[in-house]
Design a binder for this molecule. Structure first.
Ligand code: VG1
Ligand code: CO
Length: 543
């Protein structure tokens, strides 16, 4: 085997966003050395020689080829050890588990998460540090700076490594360990949740429909739900990861997980439905003819911590992203937990966890998790729900309604305008920013604005400052609306509008959320002039 040094030229578009580097798959395929430049830049920044890494991906198109390149580069750069999932598969939460349990120096995740895969879809790379969390900006910025002046990379000239067999072997100075990507993750779940109670739930005839959307959670869900918890075969559907996710959009929401939604709203609907995204860190939970809003979900998990094995009596603090509804804050107040509000993106939660300030955290975007790892975790949330249902012997709908009765309800919705013309989106955000100071005490469409500002954040642990994390507007009658542009889209711009209204009147808890929020939606559109500036009449996705 020979180590080659290959000359290369830098690219200017490898700036990692909140979730790493995400681009059209074709960019990785067509631009020479595109992946190699980025990997060498990571390796230079972390000084990979004699370091230990985990590598895995969600199985999307280019997953295996990318892993072969990374392994050969790790060997050439003399990494000490690389732990790889069999067939190159590993969910994002499982990578975090393996980094932490094996005490490696970090890990590389190949995924574009909830974005579509395939040759016409998206591909991505993310670097997680030794704590198993997405790397902080100081690291991702340093990687970006490297990509701007990289002139060569190192790679071993050798045949591809067979990833289909579980085994450990050495190449040059590097130990390669091909592992079962499910086992450690599944074992950890058994320590956190009451598997006996859940087993009895399934024995009693409880029916579940888990849609893996042809993405990475299939093997995990089959092992845990069907093999370990005794759910009937067929509980997990679309359970084999496919390179193009079966042509679908592996984003568990009401629009893209339509097959699941149809099952859960059919005459013979099962008791619970669930789905995860491409890389397995998101979750959507449904009951029979009932949708659980993710903002409610994380609050309900926190409220029910005592039914679990891993969290009973241990929850000192919780956190949510700024646009997530304040239902979680209500729970924290009653249960005397500390509560934090952070910008969108998981690394902010990870800092709070590393400092032992919080145990649970969540985002409105179908993300929830705990300090068991430093990524959000889709199946974890699903198992937590099963644990609640098994112990409380209630339906999904009754658990949620009971929660609203106890705390009041944050009616909540998110409008996504995907693939918007980037200039129009920028103009809209710029205009909003400019007029913020004039928005106090003004009435728009019958609602009076109380306050309007930009969310800036100072991390209480690292003191790092993150500015411009969304525009938020509150109203005198208790509503809140937030405007943000997405950092994970790969085409044009995506504008997100987050809407919430708190109601504690016990007679008004079970209305349709869209009806309750209709006036606020109209107000938000008038304030932002979104239809005029983007030409968009309707959102692409309503949650
Ligand atoms: C979206 C979500 C955000 C989440 C991020 C990564 O970001 O809104 O809450 O943390 O995706 O999730 P944005 O910038 O597009 O709004 V994932 O499942 O890609 O790791
Ligand atoms: Co994801």
């Amino acid at each position: 085997m020979q180590i080659q040094t290959i000359q290369t030229t830098p690219y200017t578009d490898q700036k990692p966003g909140t979730s790493g580097l995400r681009k059209k798959t074709k960019v990785f395929l067509e631009k020479e050395h595109y992946l190699q430049n980025f990997i060498q830049s990571i390796f230079d920044v972390i000084d990979v020689k004699e370091k230990r890494l985990v590598v895995g991906g969600d199985g999307r198109y280019f997953n295996e080829e990318a892993i072969q390149i990374i392994l050969k580069m790790a060997i050439a750069n003399e990494a000490l050890e690389v732990i790889v999932g069999q067939n190159g598969f590993m969910s994002t939460p499982a990578v975090s588990v393996e980094i932490r349990q094996n005490k490696t120096d970090g890990g590389i995740i190949l995924s574009a998460s909830h974005n579509p895969g395939g040759i016409d879809g998206d591909f991505g790379i993310k670097y997680d540090g030794a704590n198993g969390a997405p790397a902080p900006e100081s690291i991702t910025n340093a990687i970006y700076q490297k990509t701007l002046n990289i002139d060569s990379y190192k790679i071993a000239e050798m045949p591809n490594i067979d990833l289909s067999e579980i085994k450990t072997f050495s190449v040059h100075n590097t130990l390669i360990k091909i592992i079962n990507p499910v086992a450690n993750y599944a074992n950890l779940m058994e320590q956190l949740f009451d598997f006996n109670a859940i087993r009895n739930l399934f024995k009693s005839g409880f029916k579940m429909h888990y849609d893996a959307l042809h993405a990475i959670t299939g093997p995990y869900a089959k092992e845990i739900l069907e093999n370990r918890l005794g759910a009937p075969a067929g509980t997990v559907v679309n359970g084999t990861p496919l390179p193009d996710f079966g042509g679908g959009h592996p984003d568990p929401n009401l629009t893209y997980a339509k097959e699941l939604v149809d099952v859960m709203y059919s005459d013979n609907a099962p008791d619970m439905g669930a789905a995860s995204d491409g890389d397995g860190d998101r979750n959507m939970v449904l009951g029979n003819h009932f949708f659980v809003n993710p903002s409610d979900s994380i609050a309900i998990l926190a409220d029910n911590a005592d039914v679990t094995l891993g969290y009973a009596g241990k929850v000192n603090g919780v956190a949510r992203s700024m646009p997530t509804s304040k239902a979680l804050d209500k729970v924290a107040e009653v249960k005397k937990m500390d509560a934090y509000e952070v910008p969108t993106g998981w690394k902010f939660f990870a800092n709070l966890m590393d400092d032992n300030r919080i145990v649970f955290c969540g985002e409105e975007s179908f993300g929830a998790g705990s300090n068991h790892i430093r990524e959000k975790d889709g199946l974890w949330a699903v198992l937590f729900w099963l644990n609640i249902l098994a112990v409380r012997k209630m339906s999904v709908e009754d658990v949620v309604k009971d929660f609203w009765n106890k705390y009041g309800r944050y009616y909540y919705s998110r409008y996504d305008y995907e693939g918007v013309d980037a200039d129009g989106a920028k103009q809209m955000m710029d205009e909003l920013n400019e007029k913020l100071p004039t928005l106090k005490d003004v009435s728009v469409n019958g609602l009076t604005i109380e306050n309007a500002d930009v969310f800036d954040y100072v991390d209480p642990v690292t003191q790092e400052i993150s500015t411009n994390q969304g525009i938020r507007i509150t109203f005198t009658s208790g509503e809140r609306v937030i405007f943000r542009t997405s950092g994970t889209g790969t085409q044009g711009a995506t504008i997100r509008i987050y809407l919430e209204k708190y109601i504690s009147d016990k007679n008004a808890l079970f209305e349709d959320a869209q009806d309750v929020l209709a006036q606020l939606v109209e107000t938000a559109l008038q304030i932002s002039r979104l239809p005029e500036l983007t030409g968009r009449k309707e959102p692409s996705v309503i949650t």
